[in-house]
Ligand binder design. Structure first.
Ligand SMILES: Cc1cc2nc3c(=O)[nH]c(=O)nc-3n(C[C@H](O)[C@H](O)[C@H](O)COP(=O)(O)OP(=O)(O)OC[C@H]3O[C@@H](n4cnc5c(N)ncnc54)[C@H](O)[C@@H]3O)c2cc1C
Length: 578
């Protein structure tokens, strides 16, 4: 199957078709759940459209801990069903659906000396390993291993020797969440879904009580009246922490309530923590992870209630200090704020439960239909997006006439997966043929899989695209060009925050890379000089507001400072009446 490019002209054509088609299913929300629902629906043979008000994955799905995991801590809550389901999904993603994007990584869990701890943790991880077998293979997922103190310190020399009496090593998997979500969108588009980002649902079409479609606004269009209707037999809402807003738009009493809990992560250079494995630590709130991320570590996270700006949750000084304090409790050489290269915050979409403590709320998902023609899906976690998507589409097809095929997405590899292993084995050959270093080929293969050839072709046509991007030399210039021609990036922020992770991986958070990236994007998108300058200005404004917000003591002031930055193609503030 040919991977569909998410180009600017493809978006325009999708809008044209959306104006004139009555779809079986329209999905609202381009996070992992909405993207997954669109792929699920289209691969059952349903005509499908997907709309997202900002960039693909710009909500929670670019801001997670990036773990594809069963969640060892849910074992402790005795939530075996959730763990088993998530481990099955982990197995599918690593071995079949997205082996180019999802990779196993080892974690060390330090033990602290309580006699019961080693057998207790060991028994839990034996169960974890066994449940992981459910998919029929542990390929690439070695079983857990008990480590003596000496062996643990050999694996993680960064740990303070008095912080542990031994450890257990186990495996989970890692993904670039924003890239994975965008790849699901591309896969859905390749099977025929009409997809459009920066297209916001501002109202619902109704016939009596029944929802018969949505009214959307083209957020790339300056005219607030640039709205049009998309007709649909079923609408699936997958808007995460915006679920209650959509319910307000529909009217009536909502059946699902979603509350936001903020999680903050720090990014530090790899050399600041000497370790061959990730680390998982217990905190009073939940757990803290130290996660290997290329030439960096991601450390997080916090878990606090958030009722402020949902689009740009701000990390405060308190959040940063909390993470540093907890990781420093076990590090021989403590980290300081000067070691922090990047910071990001995300909002967990939690179904409202009985408990007031957000970390106690269930990570499981819910599907409901408040009015005919509309299905709401929310909650869950990144790892189980495919299950959530299947449940939502099952609920939607229930109301469609005629027989609809069951979910097949457990057998639908994402674009770039097919042929990945063969190309991985041929990486030295690809390096020779392209003139790129084999490390660069590996980097490309682990981001684009078997679509790497498309980038190498662009370099063949214009060898300057094979050069590193000044200011962010881990990336090649071609990745910026490809992101706008094939991956739906429309603004500099999309490029530096989600298609690449330059905004959290460089000391200047992308300031130096911004002008060249804007020029490259502008050349592909036909921007004039003023537009290039405006994109850079908007991006630098975002950086300044983010940095300033991270100096504020609390959420309220951090939020007020972060809100000062303008964003490209901002969504409509006031929902229009239907
Ligand atoms: C700090 C943190 C760490 C996490 N770590 C992990 C982890 O390691 N592993 C794991 O499995 N899970 C993890 N999670 C959970 C996981 O990230 C989320 O469950 C998942 O990303 C939610 O996806 P979603 O599609 O429901 O929501 P989102 O990604 O937020 O998508 C909703 C989308 O809807 C769009 N939207 C809203 N309103 C409209 C509208 N009117 N019109 C059009 N579009 C609209 C938004 O712009 C947004 O893009 C973590 C979450 C957080 C916050």
């Amino acid at each position: 199957m040919q991977a569909a490019p998410l180009s600017a002209s493809a978006r325009t054509s999708a809008h044209e078709r959306m104006r004139s088609t009555e779809y079986d299913v329209v999905v609202i929300g381009g996070g992992v759940v909405g993207a997954g629902a669109a792929l699920d629906a289209v691969t059952r043979g349903l005509s499908t459209a997907l709309v997202e008000m900002r960039d693909w994955a710009s909500g929670t799905s670019s801001r997670s801990s990036k773990l594809i995991h069963g969640g060892v801590r849910y074992l402790e809550m005795l939530d075996f069903r959730l763990v088993r389901e998530a481990l099955r999904e982990r197995g599918l993603l690593v071995s079949r659906l997205a082996p180019h994007l999802v990779r196993p990584i080892p974690f060390v869990y330090p033990l602290h000396g309580r006699v019961w701890e080693r057998p207790y943790v060991g028994a839990g991880l034996t169960l974890y390993d066994t449940m992981g077998l459910g998919f029929g293979s542990t390929r690439g997922m070695p079983r857990h291993k008990q480590l003596s103190r000496r062996a643990a310190l050999r694996m993680v020399p960064a740990l303070r020797p008095d912080a542990l009496i031994g450890a257990v090593r186990y495996y989970d998997a890692l993904v670039d969440d924003a890239r994975h979500t965008m790849t699901i969108v591309r896969t859905a588009a390749s099977y025929g879904t009409d997809v459009a980002n920066r297209t916001q649902v501002v109202g619902f079409l109704r016939e009596g009580e029944r929802v018969t479609g949505v009214r959307v606004h083209d957020n790339e269009h300056p005219d607030p009246n640039a709205t049009f209707e998309i007709r649909a037999r079923q609408v699936i809402n997958a808007t995460g922490v915006w679920t209650d807003d959509i319910q307000d738009l529909v009217g009536g009493r909502g059946q699902l309530h979603v509350r936001a809990s903020k999680g903050v992560h720090l990014v530090v250079p790899r050399d600041r923590i000497r370790s061959d494995a990730g680390i998982i630590l217990r905190t009073e709130q939940s757990v803290l992870f130290v996660i290997p991320w290329g030439r960096h570590w991601i450390i997080g996270t916090t878990d606090t209630d958030w009722r402020l700006d949902k689009a740009h949750p701000a990390a405060s000084r308190n959040d940063i200090d909390y993470v540093l304090e907890h990781v420093n409790a076990v590090l021989a050489t403590p980290l300081t704020r000067d070691d922090v290269e990047g910071v990001y915050a995300g909002l967990r979409p939690l179904l409202t439960g009985e408990s007031e403590e957000t970390s106690q709320l269930s990570r499981e998902h819910s599907v409901s239909s408040p009015v005919p023609g509309l299905v709401l899906v929310a909650g869950g976690k990144y790892t189980t997006y495919r299950v959530m998507a299947a449940d939502a589409v099952d609920a939607a097809v229930h109301s469609l006439d005629g027989r609809v095929a069951p979910c097949v997405t457990d057998r639908v590899p994402l674009v770039g997966a097919e042929g990945y292993w063969a190309l991985w084995n041929q990486r030295a050959v690809l390096a020779r043929q392209s003139g790129l270093h084999v490390d660069r080929i590996e980097h490309l293969l682990q981001r684009y899989g078997s679509m790497t050839g498309e980038l190498l072709e662009l370099i063949e046509r214009d060898p300057s695209l094979g050069e590193p991007l000044p200011g962010a030399e881990d990336y090649l210039k071609v990745e910026i060009t490809y992101a706008v021609t094939h991956e739906g990036a429309r603004h500099l922020d999309d490029l530096l925050a989600r298609r690449t992770r330059i905004s959290i991986e460089t000391w200047d958070r992308g300031e130096r890379a911004a002008p060249e990236a804007a020029m490259l994007a502008g050349a592909a998108l036909g921007w004039d000089e003023d537009t290039v300058a405006r994109e850079v200005e908007l991006y630098l404004g975002r950086l300044a507001a983010e940095s300033a917000s991270q100096e504020q003591a609390d959420d309220a002031t951090a939020d007020a400072v972060r809100r000062r930055a303008a964003e490209p193609a901002p969504p409509e503030a006031i929902p229009l009446a239907t």
